[in-house]
Ligand binder design. Structure first.
Ligand SMILES: CC1=C(CCC(=O)O)c2cc3nc(cc4[nH]c(cc5[nH]c(cc1n2)c(C)c5CCC(=O)O)c(CCC(=O)O)c4C)C(CCC(=O)O)=C3C
Ligand SMILES: [Fe+2]
Length: 369
């Protein structure tokens, strides 16, 4: 058992695992990383070469691992400030430290009940269940270990209000520069296969939880911006980082195509809001700051890219709030599930069969199945 004060507000948890995607930290790690990410997923070789070249722009060093270390440091500080000084470790899906390494570290210190915080806010196989499968793999053979995760947190004020605040600031500046008639908001998230979006969310729902949740939060942010600025800005969701076989349908429109259409419609300044991501990792840096920015430049469109929540204090404090909510649930209490602007919230324990793995059924933790 840990020697933490037993009454700390995150009890019964004894440690925290931040679970992320991972990224290469040097040129030699790029190919092994890409092979791990795409193992058995039918991503064509040309796409791998193309994505490998993106990492050349950053000398083979993804920004993500450093951003995650920063997030962990800020979480540790915020937990200390809330009088729950638990150990926090980072465990990745595709690069070291892998999830089993993180669990080794936390359990060596005596932790048995560990709260997992994924670095993804949304519901889908890629952004939720695949992480839960990673937990099942890593927990195998570890007697007495309990892993619970926080709920999807895209609707929580820590994420949504932080993004709304920064979107409002960018929109205000754009409207001041070119006038409200020439500004648009363009939300961007990671494209996923259409079939993965259709099956995201609880099996008994309508699916499309991935694109649907993000479209709802985007609409709430747009409503906030319009109310505060007295505008009626055109706004919509677009997608980046399409991968997979060119024959399989993925979510559209592509962000670059939307930029072209908006320019043709007379828009002069686009505020690009990376709603799909919590930090400025490669998909944000390359697909938006390099590629989309080049498209905007080419067609004479001004573009502001809103920051991701990253390690912003409001976001980190919000994460701690969802962790405290999960701990209260684990103690059998019924805490309020705070959301921004009365958006829906989604359960921390995933419903049976939600966001299925469409290739093979595999065990996953943190669900009722
Ligand atoms: C929904 C989603 C998120 C957001 C949720 C989350 O954060 O988890 C996300 C995040 C990320 N995706 C990342 C990188 C990559 N994703 C790939 C491929 C794929 N992503 C997919 C989906 C997602 N991906 C899918 C359906 C594929 C097809 C293959 C498969 O079904 O798995 C590939 C392979 C090459 C390519 O085809 O692009 C790479 C290199 C990085 C690291 C960036 C860095 O280094 O900073 C991050 C944070
Ligand atoms: Fe990805």
């Amino acid at each position: 058992m840990s020697d933490q004060a037993p009454e700390h507000p995150l009890r019964p948890y004894e440690a925290v695992l931040v679970q992320s995607f991972g990224g290469p930290e040097g040129p030699d790690e790029v190919l092994p990383f890409l092979r791990r990410v795409t193992a058995g997923r039918g991503v064509p070789d040309e796409r791998l070469a193309e994505v490998g070249a993106h990492y050349d722009h950053v000398a083979g060093v993804s920004p993500l691992p450093a951003l995650n270390r920063r997030l962990v440091a800020e979480l540790v500080a915020e937990l200390a400030a809330r009088e729950c000084p638990l150990p926090v470790a980072l465990g990745n899906r595709n690069s070291t430290p892998f999830v089993p390494e993180a669990l080794d570290e936390l359990t060596a210190d005596g932790a048995r009940r560990i709260l997992v915080v994924p670095t993804s806010a949304w519901r889908s196989y890629s952004s939720c269940r695949q992480y839960r499968e990673g937990l099942a793999d890593a927990a195998e053979g570890r007697e007495g270990l309990v892993l619970d995760k926080v709920r999807p947190f895209g609707e929580h004020p820590g994420f949504a209000a932080t993004l709304a605040r920064d979107t409002l600031a960018a929109a205000r500046a754009a409207v001041a520069a070119v006038g409200a008639d020439h500004v648009a908001l363009l939300y961007v998230t990671h494209s996923i296969p259409d079939a993965m979006d259709e099956t995201s969310g609880p099996g008994d729902g309508d699916g499309r939880a991935y694109s649907g949740d993000q479209a709802e939060v985007a609409a709430a942010i747009t409503a906030e911006v319009d109310t505060v600025l007295g505008t009626d800005l055109p706004a919509g969701l677009s997608f980046c980082s399409r991968s997979g076989s060119p024959r399989a349908p993925w979510l559209e429109p592509d962000v670059n195509d939307r930029l072209r259409e908006l320019a043709a419609d007379g828009v002069e300044h686009v505020v690009v809001v990376p709603i799909g991501f919590i930090s400025d990792h490669m998909e944000v840096y390359y697909d938006l700051d390099v590629e989309a920015a080049a498209t905007a430049d080419e067609i004479g469109l001004a573009m502001t890219r809103v920051p991701t929540p990253g390690a912003d204090h409001a976001f980190v404090a919000g994460l701690v709030d969802v962790m405290l909510e999960r701990a209260a649930q684990a103690r059998g209490e019924q805490p309020v599930r705070a959301t921004w602007r009365d958006l829906d919230s989604h359960p921390a324990v995933c419903p049976t069969g939600c966001c299925p793995n469409l290739r093979e059924a595999r065990p996953a933790l943190c669900g009722s199945d």
